[in-house]
Design a binder for this molecule. Structure first.
Ligand SMILES: [Zn+2]
Length: 202
């Protein structure tokens, strides 16, 4: 997904590029891009900057192997900065830190939003091969029933001591729960509002 209309002339050919982890949302690093760096990033799928110290194009990870895979690239409101979303293959900073701002980048819960977007898309643009679309087609009772079944399955696994099976059921329950919310036409944020509100009352 590339949504760009950068005004390189306004910026003397070099534009700041902020890289964000596509899943966690953490800011990973900041660099500069010229037109060639943008073209190379698009073409290779690996985030590439113009390095002012090296005075050449520099693909992040070219020596360390810790590449950043491009997910999306977009310009800001006045076309003089770039926001890149990427999946880092390893620590981003040369110091070995997860990010250049020395933050830990371990949370994967941002994936929930990607999963919700996929579920919504399966509802709005159903395909024959999609399991999710088949659930929506069967209607709310069937979706709710699936949540009930998955809840029973996680209870059964909770009594055992097999992490792999428990994780499988935990994922199944969570996924079907998200499908149920979508089938009802509700947002996960609305559930969060209820939880936030309860927390406030304490
Ligand atoms: Zn760094």
């Amino acid at each position: 997904m590339i949504d760009m209309n950068i005004d390189f002339k306004k910026m003397d050919g070099l534009v700041p590029a902020i890289v964000q982890d596509a899943i966690s949302g953490k800011v990973l690093m900041q660099g500069y891009m010229n037109e060639e760096a943008v073209a190379k990033t698009k073409e290779s799928g690996m985030v590439t900057f113009f390095s002012r110290s090296k005075n050449r194009l520099w693909t992040k990870g070219e020596t360390s192997g810790n590449f950043m895979e491009l997910v999306s690239m977009a310009s800001d409101c006045d076309d003089d900065a770039i926001l890149i979303k990427a999946n880092p293959r390893g620590p981003v900073c040369h110091t070995g830190s997860d990010t250049c701002f020395d933050e830990v980048n371990s949370s994967k819960t941002g994936f929930i939003d990607q999963l919700r977007a996929i579920i919504k898309d399966r509802k709005n643009n159903p395909t024959d091969t999609s399991y999710t679309a088949s659930l929506f087609a069967k209607g709310i009772n069937k979706v709710a029933q699936k949540v009930g079944e998955e809840a029973i399955e996680i209870v059964i696994e909770a009594k055992d001591d097999n992490k792999e099976l428990f994780m499988g059921e935990a994922a199944d329950l969570f996924y079907h729960y998200l499908v149920l919310l979508e089938a009802k036409g509700y947002e996960l944020d609305e559930v969060m509002d209820v939880l936030i509100d309860r927390h406030k009352k304490k």
